[in-house]
Ligand binder design. Sequence first.
Ligand SMILES: [Mg+2]
Length: 340
Amino acid sequence: MSLSLKWFIERITTKFEFKIARSAESYYDVVILELSDGEHLSYGEAAPSRRYENGSDAILELLHTRKDQILTLPIDDAESRQDAIEKLFPESYSLQAAVDTAFWDLQGQRAGKPLWQLFGANEKMVTSSYTIGISDLSMIPAKIEEAAPYPILKIKLGTDYDHDIMRAIRAETDKVLRVDVNEGWKTIDDAKRGTEWLAEENVEFLEQPMPAHQLDDIAELREFSPLPIVADENSVRPEDLPGLVGAYDGINIKLMKCGGLTNARRMVELSQKHGFDIMMGCMVETAIGITAMSQLGSFARWLDLDGNVLLARDPFLGVGNESGELILLDKPGLGVSKRS
Ligand SMILES: [Mg+2]
């Protein structure tokens, strides 16, 4: 049976403005794919990050011009399919992820099995963190209150008032904190001072403290740092990983930058080979993207799959999140559906 493909933009709004070291947004336009073989309907999501590519309008343009090539991709051979997807859409990692996800969802549905089973993963996962974006200090008590159900918080830093942010958060909570600087510290001296004072604040690890192009500085920082250092903006694609040995303790895998589940599985294998701790993260996304990444969640030491619980309303239903515990669905493929 031949395949058909539809797509649309979904505007998703966050509960709070989502601010990090380089950007601040209150809503995101994601592109949803619906792929059908006439019997099954599968989903994919592209949540483009401006750090890596253009926005959703550019993705619509790519879909318009290259739809026919998507429909002839192989359904049952993910490896060769992914290679073809990358040649088809070199400009958009998130569209690569959307297409790969929709095909995997279809593949799982046709096999009658949840993807986590096809991937040799299991249902048990570590607790996911909940992200506290950058804001005025006056907002922090309300944000910590909003995060009350979640036992692990990920704090965004990389401002000129990082100390004040941490002090305000620690005045509200003694929870385990993880810190993501999003490349915000520009000098090795600032970064060294940062790791020192954060180590005294019950912080578990530090994510991407310095700009990705300052890899030598990051390697020096890692030697010095009492905290594990995790790559994010440095660990974009599978081929990035060998070059990060010595500079990082762990790597953050995200579908929207690596290009989908096929490449995420490649990154899991490469991390195991090179001895990196595995973190899995996300952009601000709907349940489609979060449910997709969760299929591999049991391979991760640290999870940060909160992109859909940061939303005022998730337009899709998928993996559950009960106080940071992710609950996979026992349905074929991804098992996601539209929220009515
Ligand atoms: Mg990050």
